[in-house]
Design a protein around this ligand. Sequence first.
Ligand SMILES: Nc1ncnc2c1ncn2[C@@H]1O[C@H](COP(=O)(O)OP(=O)(O)OP(=O)(O)O)[C@@H](O)[C@H]1O
Length: 528
Amino acid sequence: MGTVEQPAVVRAQGIVKRFGPTVALDHARLAVRPGEAHALVGRNGAGKSTLVSVLTGMERPDEGEVTFGDEPAPGYGDTAAWQRRVACVYQKSMVVPDLTVAENLYLNRFPGARHIRWRALREDARALLAEYGVEVDPQTRAKDLSVEQRQFVEIARALSFGARLIILDEPTAQLDAGGIDRLFAKLLELRRQGVAFLFISHHLQEVYELCDTVTVFRDARHVLTAPVADLPKEELVAAMTGDDGTAPGGDSRAAVRAPVARKAADPGGEPVLRTEGLTLEGEFDPLDLVVRPGEVLGLAGATASGNTAVGETLVGLRKPAGGQLSVRGRPVRPGSVPHAIDAGIGYVPEDRHDQGLVLGRSVAENATLTVTDQLGPYGTVLPSRTRAFAQRMITSLDIKTSGPSQPVSGLSGGNQQKVVIARALAREPSLLVAIRPTAGVDVKSKDALLGVVRDVAAAGSGAVIVSDELDDLRVCDRILAFFHGRVVAEFDSGWNDRQLVAAMEGMTEPGTNGTAGDTEDRTEGRQS
Ligand SMILES: Nc1ncnc2c1ncn2[C@@H]1O[C@H](COP(=O)(O)OP(=O)(O)OP(=O)(O)O)[C@@H](O)[C@H]1O
């Protein structure tokens, strides 16, 4: 860092933003320096996404000022001018799926041009990608890109507009370990060229690995900005939660550890779930699973390892090519979601937008979608009962909302995820299947949600957690690690991070409690 202070690439001061009665930002502030990797963290609903909307010109603040390099922000509506200053790479793709990479890169960039010279455009795209070291064929359709490639294309696109500030919203959420390493390497390279990053993440470990400065928002306000190196993780979590560190859950270890009250699975009880030879061609090999009452089983695996496909088959979203599945001894018709629900399988999907919620409907309606038959006599739904039911869920899952009647579209991402979980629990399922249940959920809510999964098991049901997140897997009694559609290792509690990560990467070590040989011996994880 030079001796002369350079102006901040972006500075926001005194930002106030209200949505009806909700104050999303209350005199919030943030400044990012050139070349800096700056993390913005906070619990679900703290105001992070709203600030991003303000910084990218998508929302006009009610009060306050945004400057770029000490110059006032462009006028609202002048999209091109905003694009020259800042870009956000969202979790949801902003590129047009059916267009090629080249077309996406030059989208909206031909003001006044009557004829687009396609050949030249492809060449320009190739040059542009090469300039930023992005190895993607510009003629690939955007929908055929991996998440990693798409993020690189979006970053290259932003830089080509001239932006020197890039906002990354949970960029690692859908990447595997190799993808994360390559992304981090790319960001480091760009920072050396003076590009600054604002990094929004609930993965505090990544904040420590990638960022030099961190800003914490809590309840719509700025609470602290500090160099990452000077801030112990406990203090960071305390700033996010408002606890002084002495209260339970106020330290980071408490936030990620498994809840203590574990009821041992009943080894003799009738299984809540049994699969025999369940298989889906091209996704996973024949699989025999047993989940007993009180047990939480983890299906660990990286992207495309087969673990997600198993989870989706259990809940009826995918039709298996063969095999059987039963819940508490009762066969379940495979490939049917209604039958799975009827049989007592509750489902928490990974993508709450595609599979989870009716955004225009209220929190109460969404939380009770699967139990409308219990909310009034003779097929009627009593609003009072719906509200009371939803209120219980709001309290037990700590959902930040103005009340049961608030539309789900107005909730922050993490709080939407809690509504999805509330809905899955509403029917008191025999088996809860959760796919990456804590994606986008803040560190403290993560603890609460995983605690809820354990409670479901403690009450005599079973649960299956499908995830590559170590924190999700920590609450499991037993874990099967998937690689290329096969179970390659099985772990009882007591595994260490290195062993499990190695298994998910397809590197099982002989002599650990998670060898492929072990798996063969245990019928409950048998693969034929
Ligand atoms: N369009 C909207 N209408 C109504 N309320 C909104 C809207 N957008 C945001 N809010 C509210 O503003 C507050 C801040 O939400 P925001 O999405 O900025 O939080 P966040 O920190 O990004 O949370 P998360 O980590 O869960 O994504 C929340 O209480 C949210 O319900």
